[in-house]
Write a protein that binds this ligand. Structure first.
Ligand code: GAP
Length: 522
């Protein structure tokens, strides 16, 4: 009989294969290149190419509209990357923005100790899932999952082991007991995932902030940090925005922008980068009302994800066992990436930690006078924080599909949500003669005012369709000889490959209809 281990490794290999395809597709179709590739690149730093930058802009826009335009009490800002160095003292990043690091003495590979332990715990979870799936098959329609999970001894054992491991790790990290983190790794028999060696160094803390200098000469230069999160730019501007925007609590400030972290392990393409972009929103609320808003934002943010149609089964919440130094509740929205469920977005109830700390370090009051309560207070904050690059990876990896066609051939397509697709339509003259090129070019010139469209005349039309399918273009507009007679074209839909004949005058409206923010976001 084949063991669960066999199936686990088969599934892993299949997923790894899919992940490799995503990475090479991203390069081949102009989405992502390694940074400074001609010099062999820079580890965990990437450039967005001609299609990538459009997809990224569209994701950012989709987020911005949903957060800022759809909420009358949320406004946006764009704070500087460089901030006064005391900001990071107040926020706790100088003292506590660390990851526990461990090296393998044989392989010389470096790992995050907490990630090694979390991966071990996830394997226990997978074992439990296997048991559940086996039982589902055995019992068929009469299977009661809830009852099985709460009574089956094996599932109970796996779940309780998983809980114990994670709780012990959380306790040890919380109390900075790094000796116990190492002991846990040894007790669980965790080996270097690449070489199998169990010869580990001690666990030690590593600060993730990048330092830099401001000033003309070495003597007078000030030490600065590249911001490791965009959130602090919002906190330090809290009162400026509240006063100038005459905002009343509850209200939010949104921001998108670059953040930098000197990650210990940055191996999963754009999942964990050293330079990346965040889309964050801090929602300022009355003290004591934070849990209500925390629940609101959990639900609202999940709804935003689901609106893109990447599949409800690909999302789950994961509540934090170890809370960050500023939070009293925190959860991740995890996405089913090709390498498994991982954090895509964080929703944190940050209490009044940040504003109070900035009050203390700056000596300035950061309070709100609440006219209804007739009192001033430091607001509490609920934060939603999503990595733009991670969202990009979620969309790209979920959209890359291979489809078997009736004639036995396969086609590769990037089934991107239309609203996010970099190029909305490709206009194709059927042949390069008889005036078809000129008509196609005219159509491009009309459509370009409303949509990002391209003109493509190279190769047979069938190949051009496939090229656009793989690039993620939702519509192909073909100009043929009939166009000259009745001013109609065919419009071909990427997902169904169906074609329709429509007047040229209706093309723009047809494309527009599939790009309505109202339809997508509601
Ligand atoms: N202001 C809160 C904050 O920064 P975080 O959980 O450290 O919280 C928020 O980061 C989000 O930023 C994550 O959910 C993830 O999507 C993204 N992110 C964090 N580190 C990243 C990295 N090294 N590369 C890419 N995205 C990252």
């Amino acid at each position: 009989m084949l063991s669960w281990r066999f199936f686990y490794f088969c599934a892993m290999a299949k997923n790894e294969d899919q992940f490799k395809k995503v990475i090479s597709h991203a390069k081949e179709y102009g989405y992502i290149f390694g940074s400074s590739e001609i010099y062999d690149g820079l580890s965990a730093v990437y450039d967005y190419a001609q299609n990538g930058v459009e997809l990224k802009n569209n994701i950012r826009e989709y987020w911005w509209r949903s957060m800022v335009y759809m909420h009358q009490n949320i406004v946006g800002i764009d704070a500087a990357i460089l901030m006064h160095p005391t900001t990071w003292k107040a926020s706790g990043h100088v003292d506590a923005f660390n990851d526990p690091l461990i090296d393998n003495k044989d392989s010389k590979k470096r790992y995050r100790a907490d990630v090694l332990i979390e991966d071990y715990a996830e394997k226990l979870n997978i074992k439990a899932k296997k048991e559940i799936e086996k039982a589902r098959k055995r019992f068929g329609d009469s299977f009661d999952e809830e009852q099985f999970v709460s009574t089956n001894p094996r599932v109970l054992k796996y779940h309780s082991q998983q809980r114990e491991v994670l709780e012990r790790m959380a306790r040890s990290l919380e109390t900075e007991n790094l000796t116990d983190v190492k002991a846990l790794i040894e007790e669980l028999g965790i080996a270097d995932p690449e070489t199998g060696s169990k010869n580990w160094t001690e666990v030690r803390q590593f600060n993730l902030m990048f330092g830099t200098k401001l000033g003309a000469s070495a003597e007078s230069a000030t030490d600065l940090y590249l911001r490791p999160e965009t959130a602090q730019g919002i906190f330090v501007n809290f009162l400026n925005v509240q006063k100038t925007g005459r905002m009343k609590i509850p209200f939010g400030i949104a921001q998108t922008g670059k953040a930098f972290r000197n990650e210990i392990v940055a191996r999963q393409f754009i999942f964990r980068m050293r330079e990346f972009e965040q889309m964050e929103m801090q929602f300022f609320v009355r003290p004591g009302e934070e849990m209500k808003w925390y629940e609101y934002w959990k639900e609202t943010r999940l709804k935003w994800h689901l609106s893109l149609g990447l599949g409800e089964e690909n999302y789950r919440f994961h509540d934090h066992e170890k809370l960050a130094h500023y939070a009293n509740a925190a959860t991740d929205i995890e996405f089913n990436f090709p390498f498994g469920f991982k954090e895509l977005e964080g929703i944190h109830s940050r209490t009044d930690f940040d504003l109070k700390a900035h009050e203390e370090y700056s000596g300035k009051k950061l309070q709100f006078f609440d006219p209804e309560m007739n009192e001033s207070y430091v607001p509490y904050v609920v934060e939603t924080s999503i990595g733009l690059d991670r969202m990009f990876l979620a969309v790209l990896s979920n959209s890359l599909q291979e489809e078997e066609l009736e004639d036995g051939s396969t086609r590769t397509l990037l089934r991107l949500p239309n609203i996010l697709a970099p190029v909305k339509a490709a206009v194709l003259p059927l042949v390069k003669k008889d005036g078809l090129q000129e008509i196609a070019q005219e159509i491009v010139d009309t459509l370009k005012w409303d949509h990002n469209v391209i003109y493509d005349e190279k190769d047979a039309v069938g190949r051009r369709y496939r090229r656009q399918d793989a690039a993620g273009t939702p519509f192909c507009i073909t100009v043929d000889h009939q166009t000259k007679e009745d001013s109609t074209v065919t419009i071909r839909f990427r997902d169904s490959m169906e074609q329709e004949r429509i007047p040229i005058s209706e093309i723009s409206e047809k494309i527009k209809k599939s790009l309505s923010y109202k339809e997508w976001l509601q």
